[in-house]
Design a protein around this ligand. Structure first.
Ligand SMILES: Cc1cc2nc3c(=O)[nH]c(=O)nc-3n(C[C@H](O)[C@H](O)[C@H](O)COP(=O)(O)O)c2cc1C
Length: 349
C-alpha cells in the first residue's frame, strides 16, 4: 500500500498547532482540499483528544493526522526554581509541575481507534511504540532538526521525517533541548532538507517559514515530498487562533527564539517578556505550567508583551482566507513558481 503522502491531492500538510489554533474545522478543511489536516494533541487530555478526533471524522472522510508531544524527562527544581521565584515577584505564576502530556493514554487511544498518520515532536518514540502504531495501521512521522536525529528516527522505524528548519514558528522539535547547543546555529530549512536527502532515503516533509506557493516550490525542489505549513493558516476563519496573535502576525515584528514562556526553545514574535528573560532555563513542561497564569492574564488584558505569540519567520505574509482556498492558492502558485524556475536557462540546456 502507498504512503499517505503519495495519495494526497496536493503536497501540503497542515502543521499541528497546539494551544488553540488547531481545530477539527481547520483540519477537515485542509484534508477536504486535498492536503493533510492535522489535530494537535499537545496540552489536551486523552479524552479531549478522542473528542477532537470524533469531531474531525464527522466533518471529513479524507485522511488526517494526529500530532503528539513526546514526553521529556522531569527537570530538577534547581534548574527552574530561581527563574520561577524571580517571575513571581512581578507576575501571577502557577505551580511548576511535570507531566507526560498523557502520553500512555494517548497511545492507547490511537492504537484502539487509529488515524492514518501519527506524528511526534520533542522526541522519537521507541521502536516498540512505533511497532504498536504500525500494527494499528498508522504511519509514524517524526519531527527532526538535524541529521543525527533523522538517522535515529529512521533506525527506530519512522515512515517519514518532518524536517523542521530554524525558521519555523512554535517550539523546536529538537529531541533534547540543551542550552549548551545554543552556541551553534540551528539549521535553516534549505540546508536541513539538502543534508537529509543526502543522508537518508525516508520521505521528507519540510517545515519552517513556508507561507507562499513559491516557498512550497522551493522546499519541493530541494527534495521534500511535501511541506508542513503552520503560520500561513493562523488567520484562517477555521483556526482557533487567539485574537492577539491573529492581529500581531500581520505586522513586520521580527521573531526570535526563546525559552522564557515554556522552558523549551520556541520561535515567536519578539516582545518585552522575551527580551527581559533571555537566559530562561530549559525545563519543559515545568515552566510552561509556571507561566500559565501570567500568559492567561496578558491574553485577557490584550497585553501582547507578556504572552507567547508563536509564529514563523515569514508570518507577515499570512493571508486571511478560508483554509481550503489557501490550500488551492498555495498549490496553484507553487506550480507557477516551478514553471518559472524551469524556464530559467541553465548553461548548456
Ligand atoms: C502557533 C503554533 C503552534 C505550534 N504547535 C505545534 C504542535 O503542537 N506540534 C508540532 O509538532 N508543531 C507545532 N508547531 C510547529 C509546526 O509544526 C511547524 O513546524 C511550524 O509551524 C512551521 O513553520 P511556519 O509556522 O513558519 O509554517 C507550532 C507552530 C505554531 C506557529
Amino acid at each position: 500500500m502507498g504512503m499517505v503522502l503519495d495519495e494526497l491531492g496536493t503536497p501540503i500538510v497542515l502543521a499541528p498547532m497546539a494551544g488553540g489554533p488547531s481545530t477539527p474545522e481547520l483540519a477537515a478543511a485542509v484534508s477536504d482540499a486535498g492536503g493533510l489536516g492535522f489535530i494537535a494533541a499537545g496540552y489536551l487530555s486523552a479524552a479531549d483528544l478522542g473528542d477532537r478526533i470524533e469531531r474531525t471524522r464527522a466533518l471529513t472522510s479524507a485522511p488526517f493526522g494526529v500530532n503528539l508531544f513526546y514526553p521529556s524527562a522531569p527537570s530538577p527544581t534547581e534548574t527552574f526554581g530561581a527563574y520561577v521565584t524571580d517571575l513571581a515577584r512581578e507576575f501571577p505564576v502557577g505551580e511548576p509541575r511535570y507531566d507526560s502530556d498523557d502520553w500512555d493514554a494517548k497511545l492507547d487511544l490511537l492504537t484502539a481507534a487509529p488515524v492514518p498518520v501519527v506524528s511526534c515532536t520533542f522526541g522519537c518514540p521507541s521502536a516498540p511504540e512505533i511497532t504498536r502504531l504500525h500494527a494499528a495501521g498508522s504511519e509514524v512521522w517524526v519531527t527532526v532538526t538535524s541529521v543525527a536525529e533523522a538517522k535515529y528516527a529512521v533506525e527506530a522505524g519512522a515512515d517519514a521525517l518532518i524536517a523542521q528548519g530554524s525558521e519555523a514558528g512554535g517550539h523546536r522539535g529538537t529531541f533534547a533541548d540543551r542550552p549548551a547547543d545554543d552556541l551553534t546555529d540551528p539549521l535553516g530549512l534549505l540546508a536541513l532538507v539538502q543534508l537529509l536527502t543526502a543522508a537518508v532515503h525516508t520521505p521528507i516533509v519540510a517545515t519552517g517559514g513556508i507561507t507562499t506557493g513559491a516557498g512550497l516550490a522551493a522546499a519541493l525542489s530541494a527534495g521534500a515530498a511535501a511541506a508542513q505549513i503552520g503560520t500561513a493558516f493562523l488567520r484562517c476563519p477555521e483556526a482557533g487562533t487567539a485574537p492577539l496573535l491573529r492581529d500581531a502576525i500581520t505586522l513586520d515584528t521580527p521573531t526570535m527564539l526563546t525559552r522564557a514562556f515554556t522552558g523549551r526553545r520556541a520561535r515567536g514574535l519578539r516582545n518585552l517578556f522575551m527580551l527581559e528573560h533571555p537566559d530562561a532555563p530549559a525545563a519543559y513542561p515545568e515552566i510552561h505550567y509556571a507561566t500559565g497564569p501570567l500568559r492567561a492574564a496578558a491574553r485577557t488584558e490584550g497585553n501582547a508583551d507578556a504572552v507567547n505569540l508563536w509564529a514563523g519567520q515569514a508570518h507577515s505574509l499570512a493571508p486571511e482566507l478560508p483554509a481550503g482556498e489557501l490550500v488551492r492558492q498555495l498549490s496553484e502558485s507553487a506550480k507557477d513558481a516551478l514553471k518559472r524556475a524551469l524556464s530559467i536557462r541553465i548553461q548548456g540546456c
